[in-house]
Every structure is written in structure tokens, then in C-alpha cells.
Write a protein that binds this ligand. Sequence first.
Ligand code: HEC
Length: 394
Amino acid sequence: MADYWMEWASLLLRWLHVITAIAWIGSSFYFVWLDLSLRKRDGLTPGVHGESWSVHGGGFYHVQKYLVAPAQMPPELHWFKYESYFTWISGFSLLVVTYYWGASAYLIDTSVAAWSPLQAVGLSLFGLIIGWLIYDGLCRSPLGRHLPILAWSVFLMILVASWLFSQTFSSRAALLHVGAMIATWMTANVFFIIIPNQKKVVRSLEAGEAPDPSLGLQAKQRSTHNNYLTLPVLFMMLSNHYPMTFVGDQLWILVGFVVLIGGVVRDYFNASHAGGDGWRIRWQWPLASMLTLTLAVWAMPSSLTRGPPSTAVTDTEVLQIVTTHCAGCHASVPTQVGFQNAPKGVVLETLVDIDRYQAQIYSQSVASQAMPLANITQMSEDERARLGAWIQAR
Ligand code: HEC
């Protein structure tokens, strides 16, 4: 019963999370584009940094950006912050419902580290908080004044965090935690830096003072980070459904590739929106494609390149492997504690069932080790290879 309601909570939170993320990322992409499309022209009002014309929805828009702010407060001002806050709140709730509520199935892999659920949840929270404190410290430190040095330090920090997560949680949870950590920085950047700085600017204007330009610069630094980190974070969130990305303790390598690929692709859009041409916009796609191909080849599991088993695999043997390793959970009446129904409706009790789900079984248990969950039944490499050979011979 509780599981049933948890499934609904999970579906509704996921729905909300995707909606708020679209609203946040959508408006953030729009503002980055707007910023880069601003052009200086003769005759602009003093204080106007640039203007941009666009056409949409049956009319023309004429936007001007004031740096740092106009001389007087406008009568009405729109803020953009709840998109970001609700993306984090819904994402964190989803983390609680899936990974904390189901900690022993999703968060903990006893072959990595045998935490109790409470310990694992504590470590997850600790990781998210300490991650932000270190990142924020880096940005505020003298390193923060040199963009390339800061960027490489943050990159290095992400790799170290990935390695630590991979030594702490199940493969799947580890990758999600890297995404959740970076996404937490992004929202915290909005909550602790960007919005408070904008509020200070507004207060100075109301008091009739000139706003401090360093407030705008600080906000710009964080919003540039958010811009470059968006695409990698989206990959990490989606990869949860793709077991070939659960690469165990080599996670830091996968994350390194993903951050570079996402960042390079984002740079293409930034450069082209700013009106760049020639090599400024030509190098990104070839490099990103090459890196992606390298990543896919690198992540290929050895089971895909290994030769077939020496002896033929019989139906009886396959049925036995699946009964031993899968049917505890994947049955109409599961025997595994904590499971009331077959997960995702996947029942694996007969050869007909196995035939029906052969492609998914292959991707979850042969091409990757996503199933059995946390390898709870300790399925061996040999059993995976034999199951794979049987499926391939169908
Ligand atoms: C400890 C319980 C457990 C065991 C044992 C287990 N699974 Fe699963 N399986 C799950 C859960 C939970 C999910 C849902 C995962 C999710 O939410 O993405 C799942 C999902 C799946 C899916 C659907 C994946 C998708 O998202 O489409 C397949 C296929 C699958 N398991 C195959 C297997 C196979 C094959 C085995 C045995 C080798 C196995 N499972 C063993 C718990 C288990």
C-alpha cells in the first residue's frame, strides 16, 4: 500500500520537476541569448548597455539592458527565481522518494560500501552540503578572479566528488548525486548570490544611490557557471534510465567527458548568439562529436566484446539463472522483502516472459550490471555471459 502511494508521489514529483526545469532552463537560455544578442547603437539612452529586437507571437519586442541599473526604479519589475527554487525542491523531493525511501535498493550497494540506510542518507545530504560550501569557497577565493583557473578548479572538484560518490553509493545513485550536487550549486547560486545581489541593487536605487557594480559582476560569474553546467546536469539526470552509464568506480572519467561535451556544445550556442563566425563557432561540434564517440567506445562493457561461452546455453539453464537472480522481485507475488509488485510491471517467471523482455534483460543484466538491483543476489560474470549468449542466439 505504502509503495503504491510512493509510486504516485514519484510520478507527480517527476512531472513537476520536468515542468519547473523546463521553465527554469527555458528562461535561463532565453536570457543568455538575450544578453548575447544585445548590440550597441548610436543614440541609446545613457546607461543603456545595448538593445535587441526580436519577433515572436505576432509582434515585435524591443529590449534594452541597463548596466548595472536604470537611474530610477521602474514602476513594475519581473523577477525570475521560483522556476529555479521549485526545480530544486521537486528534484530533492524526488531524491527523497526514490533514493532515501528506497535506500537499501537504490542508494546502497553492499559490494561498494555496506552502509545502513540512515548512514547512506546522511552521507548523501553531507555530500550535497559540503559540495556547495567548497564550490562557493572556490568562487569567492582569489582563484575566482581568474576565470580559466576557476573553471579548471571546479572541473577538478567535480571529478574528485564523482570518485568519492562512486566509492560511497551504488553506480546509479553515484551518477545521480554528481548531477544533484551540481544542480544544487546552480539553485544555490540563484538563491544566495544572484537574487540577493539584485535585491541590493534595487535597494540602492530606491535609496537614490548608485549601485555597486561588483554586485553585478559576482552575479554574472555565477550565472556563467550555471549556463555551462546546464547541459551536463541534464545528461546526468537522464542517464539514470540508461544502465550503460553506470560505470562503477570509473564514474569520474564518464563525468569528465560529459562536463566537457556539454560545456563545449553550450559554448557553440553562446558564441553563435553573440554573433561569432569563422573558427569561433566551427570547433565545438567536431570536438563534441569526437568526445562523445570516444566516451561511447570507452564505456562499452567487456561482455559485448567477449566471445561466446564454450558450451551451449540451454533453456532450462536460463530459466534457472533468471529464477535465482530476478524472480525474487520480478514476480507477480515477489518474495523479496519490500516488494509488493513486480518492479515496472516486469514479471520474469517463465521462458515466455524472458523472451518478451529479452532486449531489456540484455541491457540491464548483460550489457550493464544495473540488474539485479545492487547485485543483491550476486549474479556472476559467467551467468551474465551465458544469459547474453542465449538471448543473442534467439
Ligand atoms: C532486488 C529486487 C530486484 C532484483 C533481484 C532484480 N530487479 Fe529488475 N528491477 C528492480 C527495480 C526496483 C526496478 C525498477 C527500476 C527503476 O525504477 O528504474 C527494476 C527494473 C527492471 C527492468 C525494467 C527497466 C526499465 O526501466 O525499463 C528490467 C528489464 C529488469 N529490472 C530486469 C531484471 C533482471 C533481468 C533481473 C535479474 C538478472 C532483475 N531485474 C533483478 C528490482 C529488481
